[in-house]
Design a protein around this ligand. Structure first.
Ligand code: FE
Length: 177
């Protein structure tokens, strides 16, 4: 899927399913908690709306939501640097498979397309992310999935939604730094 197409879908998704105020995952007014970076972060991931691999057996997943400030204003141009494991539970150490950056739009919304990562090495299923507003501090954290988030902060669990054949992972960030 090309970026323009995904962008249109993003706006449609936002218009239909993500009205402001946010869906209330990370409550506006409470900062999104930090979590371990883990050993597999790699700087320099490309800016792209889709990480999905055409040949992947893993289900297509659309993480989406909005990013707000401490005073609950939507934040544009926030950098969200995502990385996660492939269907075998492996991270790409050579290239940037399942690594990519998206930015929030003027209304603070983001949308990513990827494939659902598996649990691996005894860890619950998760997606890593670094979030940073312009001039702000980097928030390093992880997003978890309902019913399989043992040991995780509940404030980091996405809301899953299946709509129109799409599997969405809805999560709103609240950046205080
Ligand atoms: Fe990990």
């Amino acid at each position: 899927m090309d970026y323009a197409n995904l962008r249109r879908r993003s706006l449609l998704t936002a218009a239909l399913a993500l009205p402001f105020p946010a869906l209330g995952q990370a409550k506006c007014g409470a900062p999104t908690p930090a979590d371990m970076e883990g050993p597999f972060y790699k700087a320099g991931a490309p800016l792209r709306a889709s990480l999905a691999e055409p040949g992947s057996k893993a289900e297509r997943l659309l993480p989406a939501g909005i990013v707000t400030s401490a005073d609950c204003r939507p934040l544009a141009d926030v950098v969200l640097d995502f990385w996660h494991a492939d269907a075998s539970g492996e991270y790409d150490h050579r290239g940037f498979r399942y690594r990519g950056i998206v930015k929030t739009d003027a209304q603070g919304r983001y949308l990513l397309e990827t494939n659902l990562p598996p649990p691996y090495m005894g860890r619950p299923r998760h997606i890593h992310v670094k979030a940073q507003r312009a001039g702000g501090k980097i928030l390093t954290t992880q997003l978890y999935f309902p019913g399989e988030s043992r040991g995780a902060d509940r404030a980091l669990v996405v809301k899953m939604e299946r709509a129109g054949g799409e599997l969405r992972a809805l999560y709103d960030f609240s950046l205080f730094g």
